[in-house]
Write a protein of this length. Structure first.
Length: 151
């Protein structure tokens, strides 16, 4: 079985990591831990000091570091607590909604596991729901894990 586990460092993706760890999986199960760097577009304007591009690239660097840290941390937890699972980690850049689905297609995932932030309709309309988009467009089964302890 091939499981694509999408993480973003939030307590919601931590709940998805916990779900992967606690479940009994068939022998030979592979888990690919994925984090997506979502670069915010830089819109050129009159910027004589070129502050905008510098801030954009600094933000992108921080996002890349965050994604790397998130996949490494999730992989370490899985290795320590579910050593029977085969693991790989990956960070991609782009829209999380699109990249998770595309990676599942490319890799031939049997299951995608994502955490849900549990936004209400208004906020989901404004910021979008990665879990909902993945659920609607995925080429395989999707499990959306909710954190029951939301502080």
């Amino acid at each position: 079985m091939k499981i694509l586990l999408a993480v973003d460092g939030s307590k919601f993706s931590q709940a998805a990591v916990e779900e992967v760890i606690r479940r009994p999986w068939p022998p030979g199960t592979e888990v690919r831990v994925l984090s997506v760097v979502h670069p915010f577009p830089y819109i050129p304007m009159l910027d004589p000091g070129f502050v905008g591009p510098a801030a954009h690239f600094d933000s992108l660097k921080q996002e890349r570091e965050r994604a790397s840290r998130d996949v490494d941390q999730a992989a370490k937890e899985i290795r320590d607590r579910a050593p029977e699972l085969k693991l790989a980690v990956e960070s991609l850049e782009g829209s999380p909604k699109k990249m998770i689905v595309e990676e599942a297609e490319r890799w031939g995932a049997d299951l995608i596991i994502v955490g849900s932030h549990g936004y209400g309709p208004a906020k989901r309309f404004l910021v979008g729901s990665v879990a909902q988009a993945v659920f609607l467009h995925a080429p395989c089964s999707v499990e959306v894990v909710r954190s029951l302890q939301i502080p």
